[in-house]
Design a protein around this ligand. Structure first.
Ligand SMILES: Nc1ncnc2c1ncn2[C@@H]1O[C@H](COP(=O)(O)OP(=O)(O)OP(=O)(O)O)[C@@H](O)[C@H]1O
Ligand SMILES: [Mg+2]
Length: 217
């Protein structure tokens, strides 16, 4: 079973959007998917509750108490983390995953928070960080925006503790497609194919990475 964690300590960076879209992507590709919501806000479970039975099923797991029981045939387990996860809680979540995706939004406050968060990650015990593959993505970007450029430059330059580049894989535009799909419990891979074509293109490098051995330790 592949376990993919979506985490950034900053609230509203796009964790739930990215986690639910990853879940929808793999489910619509015929995979057995479970989505574990660690956030008491239960946004991922709300998303799932809106999902019609006409679409590929995803198993929802309320993981607020940290217990995750997945059906035996689960192929992909997606973890949606709450904002403000630090210290021991952060370490516990990272330990559960083989792959971690960090969405960052392009505002000065979000970028500054990302600087601290990536430092905190690099400060985790080596036994934790060597067992997980991490990538960043920019989310809710305004294409050609000044802040977007600043964020992309920053993420592009990030390195892991071992000096290797921290992959920066995608810039996802801010678009109502995400809101309209989420209203129905869908990912952009399952919604309005013509209107979401550009969004799905932006996801391609991230999807390719998630499907490749590069995202597995
Ligand atoms: N690419 C996007 N385009 C448009 N809206 C977006 C995009 N990504 C996220 N949003 C919206 O921004 C808000 C915050 O996103 P989301 O809930 O995914 O963040 P989060 O990191 O999970 O937040 P929290 O820290 O509260 O859990 C939501 O209303 C979401 O629909
Ligand atoms: Mg969330």
């Amino acid at each position: 079973m592949r376990t993919i964690l979506v985490l950034n300590t900053k609230g509203g960076s796009g964790k739930t959007t990215v986690a639910t879209n990853i879940a929808g992507y793999f489910a619509s590709a015929g995979k057995q998917v479970a989505l574990a919501d660690f956030d008491p806000q239960r946004s991922s479970l709300d998303w799932l509750a809106a999902r019609s039975e006409a679409f590929a099923p995803i198993t929802g797991i309320d993981a607020v108490n940290n217990a995750v029981r997945t059906p035996q045939d689960t192929e992909y387990l997606i973890l949606d983390a709450p904002a403000g996860t630090h210290g021991a809680e952060l370490e516990k979540l990272v330990k559960r995953a083989q792959t971690m995706v960090i969405p960052v939004a392009p505002s000065p406050v979000d970028i500054r928070a990302a600087v601290h968060f990536l430092d905190e990650l690099r400060g985790l015990r080596q036994s934790v960080t060597t067992n997980v593959k991490i990538a960043t993505i920019a989310n809710r970007v305004r294409e050609n925006g000044v802040r977007t450029g600043e964020l992309e430059d920053y993420l592009y330059d990030q390195r892991q503790l071992d000096g290797h580049k921290l992959p920066f894989l995608a810039s996802l535009r801010a678009h109502s497609n995400y809101l309209r799909a989420a209203e129905r419990g869908l990912s952009i891979f399952e919604f309005a194919p013509a209107a979401t074509e550009h969004d799905r293109e932006q996801w391609l490098p991230l999807v390719r990475w998630l499907k490749s051995s590069r995202s597995v330790p």
